[in-house]
Design a protein around this ligand. Structure first.
Ligand code: MRU
Length: 351
């Protein structure tokens, strides 16, 4: 099993080398980011995305953006580190990993004694540690999560919390990769994930690359899939975990949790500690990023899922009566308990 490497140093170390995720699954293109503008643009437009991956990219990106300032005197160099760091950290507000990783680089800069050249070398080592630690955390998440996946497990996931979203083998997908590596049978249902289709474009692509059974479904099909007994567990990633355990993750995660609770299906959140934010007391305090309306209104030019990936596409679903607050009918508004078995005389208490 080999997972893709979404973020790495370029061969000569002068750039951050990323997979341009905007072009997947149609084209696999790597891009070199050398300036703060390029780093910000790549993060803003989701060329690189996923909480841990943008953290790693932000940290490495700050280092390469500082390289042209290496001949300046120390205080000036540190001022650039603060200014560029603030710019990069602000690009996406919800995933705490970005400000956390950039903050680590800025702190290391202040704590390192010596001229700008010495500081820059220390920053490069710090950014490399952030990448290596992320890779390591992914693997440990995978090891811990493995116990949750019996042989033949059918996993539903949302968005992309795989290798593309991290420096390693992913968070939500890490146990899946390890299960496959150990010869266990595992099948993944990937929510398409409107509006940017990270599930069908990215999760399906990377799992198919690794030879793992993956089926794409539209987001509105997940509850039906659960109801027909086809899902053993849900695993998603996280962008920020508040002190009380509230989880910010890709839009559409919350309804999945509601549906899973209703169907008695375990709902797991897989995330590294860099995603935990003890300074945020509850989910209400998490800043939720709002993105351009164009993302919903404009079609994508790239294919929206890989060729030859299975698709689950029923035209209708069944909502259990227990979830219906009231029926609004030509005979009035009916509230539970419902009785429609007396043809022509729908029961229930008029409300
Ligand atoms: O907007 P995105 O694609 O960056 O959102 C990504 C997610 O929501 C992921 O689930 C999350 O970052 C966890 S990544 C391991």
């Amino acid at each position: 099993m080999s997972a893709v490497e979404s973020v790495r140093w370029s061969a000569d170390g002068s750039a951050v080398d990323i997979i341009d995720q905007r072009l997947l699954p149609g084209t696999l293109v790597r891009r070199a980011l050398r300036t703060a503008d390029e780093v910000c643009e790549a993060i803003r437009t989701l060329a690189v995305r996923g909480a841990p991956a943008i953290g790693v990219t932000g940290a490495m990106g700050l280092v390469v953006a500082l390289a042209p300032h290496v001949d300046e005197e120390r205080e000036r160099f540190l001022a650039h580190a603060d200014e560029l760091g603030e710019r990069i950290a602000r690009v996406r507000p919800t995933a705490v990993n970005l400000s956390w990783a950039v903050g680590r680089i800025r702190r290391r800069a202040r704590e390192t004694t010596g001229d700008a050249r010495v500081v820059l070398e220390a920053l490069r080592r710090e950014a490399t540690s952030i990448l290596d630690e992320d890779r390591e955390m992914c693997r440990r998440i995978g090891e811990h999560g493995l116990a949750l996946l019996g042989d033949g497990a059918r996993v539903l996931t949302h968005c992309n919390a795989g290798a593309l979203a991290t420096g390693g083998i992913g968070t939500a997908l890490a146990p899946v990769y390890l299960a496959a590596e150990r010869g266990r049978r595992v099948a993944v249902f990937a929510d398409e994930t409107r509006p940017l289709l990270q599930g069908s474009r990215l999760t399906a692509w990377e799992l198919a690359q690794a030879g793992i059974d993956v089926t794409v479904l539209a987001d509105n099909m997940a509850a039906s899939l659960m109801r027909e007994g086809s899902v053993d567990l849900v695993i998603v990633g996280a962008d920020r975990i508040a002190a009380n355990g509230d989880v910010a993750n890709k839009i559409g995660t919350y309804p999945l949790a509601l549906a899973a609770r209703h169907h008695g299906i375990p709902f797991y959140v897989a995330a590294p500690w860099s995603t935990v934010d003890p300074a945020t007391p509850t989910g209400d305090a998490i800043e939720i990023e709002h993105r351009s309306g164009d993302e919903l209104g404009r079609g994508s030019e790239a294919p929206v899922s890989p060729r030859d990936v299975a698709v689950y596409n029923p035209a209708f679903d069944v909502t259990p009566a227990a979830l219906v607050t009231a029926f609004v009918t030509d005979r009035g508004v009916l509230r539970p308990p419902y009785r429609f078995d007396d043809a022509g005389h729908a029961g229930g208490s008029p409300g």
